[in-house]
Design a protein around this ligand. Structure first.
Ligand SMILES: [Zn+2]
Length: 301
């Protein structure tokens, strides 16, 4: 039985309730841990499946307005758990990917943070009145961004510009790398988990970023191979290095930090067509699910 329904509104509370349903349905397959709190006191969770020593870390919902990926990641997790219990599903999985999921998850563990920025996510869905702290709410409203296009957290900080990577740039006076609770939560996860690769799911563009300017040619060659593999399963295009530096190399990203510190592949997958408008239409949930379902298994590790 699948209980995570797609193409429907999905709020933070739905995610929390689906998380407990997942753990009840698959108690020996899925576990979760609390990895941090936000300024609006929302808990950030990481879900894991697998028994392997080698970790694969996945994050979604780093940017508030990118509302499709969190529920899609949850549905992916449910599907993997289902495949572990259902032989027919497992066979279908193997037919599609050439991978025996059971064996794969003996070697690897998938660590998924479906929603790193729950405050930003809820602001983008429902508006600035969700920020109860008046000072923070005023600050957010003063940014002049319609709530549906909100990317930052409740502190008006873009988490994906807040990591202490080499290319981090302060955005205003007093801005400090690693200042945010969400940033610290993910940095702790990176530190605590033995991982082989990291994927950060964003929206928009239907494309894959792999190139990391601060890293060696050898690193980038390996990352390109992974990107090509991911292209096979998603149908997305691969962003060329020069284009990445011009448009995507904006400093302080999760992927910059992870690649520099851990020297392992850090890939950004941009779901949803470039021309899609915010708020993103619910119809994208099912489409994106079919495009990225197998991505953690196409890392060529
Ligand atoms: Zn993003």
């Amino acid at each position: 039985m699948k209980f995570i329904a797609l193409n429907q509104y999905y709020y933070y509370n739905d995610l929390i309730s689906d998380l407990s349903k997942l753990k009840i349905a698959y108690p020996d397959k899925i576990s979760s841990r609390f990895i941090g709190n936000t300024v609006s006191n929302r808990a950030i969770f990481m879900i894991q499946i697998g028994k392997g020593k080698k970790g694969i870390i996945l994050t979604g919902g780093v940017h508030g307005r990118e509302s499709i990926n969190p529920v899609v990641l949850m549905a992916m997790m449910e599907y993997y758990a289902m495949c572990l219990e259902d032989e027919m599903e497992a066979e279908l999985f193997e037919k599609k990917t050439g991978i025996q999921l059971n064996a794969f998850l003996e070697e690897y563990t998938i660590y998924m943070i479906p929603l790193l920025n729950p405050d930003g996510y809820m602001i983008a869905l429902q508006g600035f009145e969700l920020i109860h702290n008046q000072e923070l709410r005023n600050k957010a409203e003063a940014q002049g961004v319609p709530f549906e296009e909100w990317k930052a957290n409740a502190n008006s900080i873009d988490i994906n510009r807040n990591f202490p990577s080499k290319n981090y740039v302060p955005k205003f006076e007093g801005d400090k790398a690693g200042s945010e609770l969400e940033t610290m939560a993910l940095m702790r996860v990176f530190e605590e988990i033995e991982s082989e690769a990291y994927i950060d799911y964003h929206s928009r563009g239907n494309e894959i970023y792999y190139y990391r300017k601060q890293m060696t040619d050898q690193y980038n060659e390996k990352a390109l191979k992974i990107a090509r593999n991911l292209q096979k399963t998603t149908g997305y295009s691969i962003v060329k290095p020069d284009l990445e530096i011009e448009t995507g190399d904006t400093g302080g990203n999760t992927v910059h930090y992870y690649s520099e510190v851990y020297k392992k592949p850090a890939i950004t997958i941009e779901t949803v067509p470039e021309l899609a408008k915010f708020p993103l239409a619910l119809k994208y949930q099912r489409i994106i699910y079919s495009q990225i379902l197998y991505t953690p298994f196409y890392l060529n590790l």
